[in-house]
Design a protein around this ligand. Structure first.
Ligand code: NAD
Length: 496
């Protein structure tokens, strides 16, 4: 199928098992490395988004009635097909999103793994049997599909996030309508080809392309939706939650982050430096769990920063299709300009560049959205760059005097997704475990998060979460069944 993936007709989306052209015009897809459009994707009308919900609603009962094993078998076929098509899919991610090919290959590996992992729940979606207060009765709590899921995803992992949303929905017996980000829709469309070939029944999965304000808003406002799962920014998450409130629909929101990266004086320095670099600069800094602000103990500050700046300088900016590239372009000019603005404001506020990046004079490829790394010392907790998400190759650093100060600064954030701690002191580790108020805590290691974990944020990082058995839980609702098998039917209000 690989040639098919690269030569796919991008002008059509997948609704009700059919490939249909969008009725609301089209939009070019731009390669961030070159700034050139290389595909044209059609956009759904509001009516088409609503038709996708209707077709999902029609398809769901039969899908939900299949045995989980039968659903899981289709999902195993999807995982195998993603692995078989790994290279063209990875190259597609690079072309539409700009991350280095090595990272894109890892993303596609993850995209397959989500299907394998959730397919394995086929025999593990268990209910409960409770004793009744009366003889000859049982109470069952079943876990049943929620129904129709609307999924909205951002641009930073255009393939893996499709799997993260679709796989748990499928094993739970739900139907799903997924809207990719308007700037990176191709991976989702390529995955739809794989779903189709793997035998996903028409309407069980629908991929609808279009922009957030029309298609995204239409999906999330539709009162036939039973669960909204969205990954993206805080303002969009807030808007979706307001919309969902009107229909009293549950939401699971994976929003932004502002991860503190704490390095204490007893940390293993080489590990801490390598981890800090990876965590800040992977995917050009465009990861929700990225190292967004470094809090480094005064006693090792100079040694750490010397090595960190040197390692950052060594990162190889280059064509993202090259195996040797560490740092690709930003995803878009708008994102590049946003990061430039945040950086300039921080410097104007007194942050001191230890390394001053910017648009390179000799970009690896002409026309792309290239930005080299910046490291800013002397950042104070009140600066916007220490409070707002950067989502790019720029990192502010604060010198801290002790662990209490690090904890206080770390927790003083309206975000609460991930936090990092590098230390070998057991007591500090245990204090962090109890006192760090973030949904994910990484101790002496970097991400990515694991499939069996629970990817969840506190505060503005959004309610809900993905992955693991807890992520699956959102896709299942409970039904309590009271069963009288006593042979009689006593009428009683209070059995005790
Ligand atoms: P975004 O909020 O701009 O867009 C996300 C999606 O929402 C897109 O598909 C967009 O079309 C859609 N959308 C926009 N307006 C909408 C509306 N009114 N109704 C419904 N849908 C609408 O976010 P982005 O710029 O694509 O992504 C970057 C953000 O995503 C960052 O803040 C990042 O931290 C966050 N993110 C979070 C996680 C996580 O797991 N917590 C993972 C990746 C990215």
């Amino acid at each position: 199928m690989s040639t098919e993936i690269m030569a796919q007709d991008w002008g059509r989306m997948w609704i009700g098992g059919k490939w249909v052209a969008g009725e609301a015009g089209s939009r070019p897809v731009v390669n961030p490395a070159t700034g050139q459009a290389f595909a044209e994707v059609s956009e759904a009308s509001v009516a088409q988004a609503q038709e996708a919900v209707a077709t999902a609603q029609r398809a769901q009962p039969a899908w939900g009635a299949l045995s989980p094993l039968a659903r899981g078998q289709i999902m195993h076929r999807i995982a195998a097909a993603i692995r078989a098509e790994a290279e063209p899919l990875a190259r597609l991610v690079v072309r539409e999103q700009g991350k280095p090919i090595a990272e894109a290959r890892a993303e596609i590996g993850g995209a397959a793994e989500f299907f394998t992992y959730f397919a394995e729940f086929a025999r593990r979606i268990q209910g409960e049997i409770l004793p009744s207060d009366a003889a000859g009765e049982q109470i069952w709590i079943q876990r049943v599909p929620v129904g129709v899921v609307a999924a909205i995803i951002p641009w930073n992992y255009p393939a893996a996030l499709v799997s993260r949303k679709v796989a748990p929905a499928m094993i739970a017996g739900n139907a799903i309508v997924l809207k990719p980000h308007e700037e990176t829709p191709l991976s989702a469309l390529a995955m739809a080809r794989i779903f189709e070939a793997a035998g996903v029944p028409p309407g069980v999965v629908n991929i609808v392309t279009g922009d957030g304000a029309s298609v995204g808003a239409a999906l999330t406002a539709d009162n036939r939706i039973d669960l909204i799962t969205m990954t993206g920014s805080v303002p969009t998450g807030r808007r979706i939650m307001e919309t969902a409130a009107r229909n009293l629909v549950p939401v699971s929101l994976e929003l932004g982050g502002k991860a503190p990266f704490i390095v204490m004086e007893d940390a293993e320095l080489d590990l801490a430096v390598a981890s800090a670099v990876t965590s800040r600069f992977m995917n050009c800094g465009q990861v929700c769990i990225c190292n967004e602000r470094m809090l480094v103990h005064a006693r090792i500050y100079d040694a750490f920063m010397d090595r960190f700046v040197a390692a950052t300088r060594d990162l190889r900016l280059g064509d993202p299709m090259a195996d040797t590239t560490d740092l690709g372009p930003k995803v878009s000019l708008a994102e590049l300009e946003k990061v430039e603005r945040i950086t300039a404001e921080a410097i104007a506020a007194g942050a001191e560049p230890l390394l001053r990046g910017g648009r390179p004079e000799a970009a690896p490829v002409a026309g792309g959205f290239w930005l080299t790394p910046t490291v800013l010392a002397g950042a104070t907790p009140d600066m916007a760059i220490m409070r707002d998400e950067i989502f790019g190759p720029v990192v502010p650093v604060t010198r801290i005097a002790d662990f209490d100060e690090a904890l206080a600064i770390a927790n003083d954030s309206r975000y609460g997704l991930s936090a990092y701690l590098f230390t070998n002191d057991f007591n500090r580790i245990m204090r962090a475990v109890s006192d760090v108020r973030f949904g994910e805590l990484y101790i002496n290691r970097v991400g990515p998060e694991s499939l069996q974990g629970f990817h969840t944020g506190y505060r503005n990082s959004g309610p809900g979460g993905d992955d693991g058995s807890h992520g699956l839980d959102h896709h299942l609702r409970k039904k309590t069944v009271y069963v009288n098998h006593s042979g009689s039917s006593p009428v009683r209000l209070m059995p005790w």
